[in-house]
Write a protein that binds this ligand. Structure first.
Ligand SMILES: Nc1ncnc2c1ncn2[C@@H]1O[C@H](COP(=O)(O)OP(=O)(O)OP(=O)(O)O)[C@@H](O)[C@H]1O
Ligand SMILES: [Mg+2]
Length: 249
């Protein structure tokens, strides 16, 4: 069987200009990456190694300086912003600490929003079930500012559960959660590939990363290593190596 890529990244570079004549910061330094469809990939690495930048560029939330990204079958780096936004809306879900929820909408309406923007209506029972699965059925009518950080993360997870987007990007999805809520969120993310979704998750937690099929280790804007999932100690050792390489460079 031929495997297709949900995300195909070629020679991706992202630099940020700096003021006062300082040299630009290179956040991504010629990154190549394939994310096979229907898999769970974790991205780890030291702080500042380019994980969030990679996710934002891969998801079409940010424009790279050069290189290409094919996301859900279309080259988003060749698209104008409006088309890229529409493509993202049709194919992508997010569990981010920012870009997360619309503040004027209730938790329930936030869960329904992507489908509504795509011209579909989710059955009410579907939305209720997704909120129940993350333990928030009794919070459905509240707006984001009335929820805790961890509850907001769980609303974002309910949203991807309800809409089952083709590709789900998560940046530190367990960062604001206690251990048991974090484990529940991870269980749901890890289960999404069985519904056909592809999951790409940035995390600092080697144990969370080890839940993935594959672990991509970033170091100084490059992919330093790609490991199979399953081995928390191997992930922690690879991150340590990446950090030592950055310090030595
Ligand atoms: N808007 C920006 N302007 C200038 N530099 C930036 C900007 N965003 C990110 N950077 C720089 O790019 C590099 C990569 O940042 P990025 O946020 O991708 O790191 P990260 O691996 O996600 O780190 P963390 O684990 O701390 O979240 C860092 O050196 C950061 O300072
Ligand atoms: Mg980050």
């Amino acid at each position: 069987m031929q495997t297709t890529s949900a995300v195909l990244i070629r020679d991706l570079v992202k630099t940020y200009p700096q003021p006062h004549g300082l040299p630009p910061v290179t956040a991504l330094d010629h990154v190549h990456l394939d994310v096979p469809a229907g898999t769970f990939t974790a991205v780890v690495g030291p702080s500042g190694s380019g994980k969030s930048t990679l996710l934002h560029c891969a998801a079409g939330l940010d424009e790279p300086t050069s290189g290409s990204v094919v996301l859900a079958g279309a080259e988003i780096t060749a698209m104008k912003p409006r088309r890229r936004g529409a493509h993202r809306c049709a194919h992508v879900g997010f569990v981010f600490q920012e870009y997360n929820l619309v503040s004027s909408l209730s938790a329930r309406d936030n869960v329904e929003l992507p489908a509504r923007l795509g011209g579909r209506r989710l059955p009410a029972a579907h939305v209720t079930e997704a909120l129940e699965r993350v333990g928030l059925a009794d919070r459905a009518r509240l707006r984001p500012h009335e929820l805790s950080g961890g509850e907001r993360q769980r609303v974002a997870v309910a949203r991807v559960l309800a809409t089952a987007p083709e590709v789900v990007f998560a940046d530190e999805p367990t960062g604001a959660l206690d251990i048991s809520a974090g484990a529940i969120v991870l269980d749901w993310l890890a289960a999404l590939p069985r519904q056909g979704s592809t999951v790409v998750m940035v995390t600092h937690d080697p144990r969370a990363a080890a839940r993935a099929d594959r672990v991509v280790v970033m170091s100084a804007g490059r992919v330093a290593d790609v490991l199979p999932g399953g081995d928390e100690a191997a992930v922690a050792a690879a991150v340590l190596r990446a950090r030592q390489e950055e310090v030595a460079a």
